[in-house]
Design a protein around this ligand. Structure first.
Ligand code: 4NP
Length: 155
């Protein structure tokens, strides 16, 4: 079964929600995936997700309060089959951080949503609480498409 790592900047808002949405989608399909999330930055390492992210996940039946932020490591590029960035800055940083022997396939989360290819999941950190509802809608839309994609045999 494929393993997937979601990466945003702080690992306290968007990528924990993407991880939670995938976990729910995988559970519905009875798939046993290895899922994790991380940040390109380390400012929030060791911290739980933002309370607004915890709240929106809880409203949709997912408990992310036990997650703790961590920074991406070189080993992630070997350990995970897929590393999915939440926006373009994070994708560029991942390309820069990737070691020479990296095997993970990099993509942008919304590349997995038909019609939204190439778009970023906006950072809700500085905005109003409603921004987290937008984030949840985007990560849940991506979850099904991402599962369809990663389960397709490689050509
Ligand atoms: P995230 O949101 O990347 O979705 O976790 C952010 C959280 C914190 C900061 C930036 C984005 N920050 O600058 O501390």
């Amino acid at each position: 079964m494929p393993s997937i790592l979601f990466v945003c900047l702080g690992n306290i808002c968007r990528s924990p929600l993407a991880e939670a949405a995938l976990r729910e989608a995988a559970r519905r399909r009875d798939l046993d995936l290895t899922l994790d999330s991380a940040g390109t930055g380390d400012w929030h390492a060791g911290e739980p997700p933002d309370p607004r992210a915890v709240a929106v996940a809880a409203r949709h039946g997912a408990d992310i309060s036990g997650l703790r932020a961590r920074q991406v490591t070189p080993g992630d590029f070997i350990r995970f089959d897929h590393i999915v960035a939440l926006d373009h800055d994070n994708l560029e940083n991942l390309r820069r951080l990737a070691p020479a022997d990296a095997t993970a396939r990099l993509s942008l989360l919304l590349d997995h949503v038909p019609g939204r290819e190439g778009q970023a999941v906006a950072d809700p950190w500085f905005g109003a609480a409603e921004g987290f509802d937008v984030t949840w809608a985007e990560v849940t839309a991506a979850a099904e498409g991402l599962l369809d994609g990663v389960l397709k045999p490689r050509r």
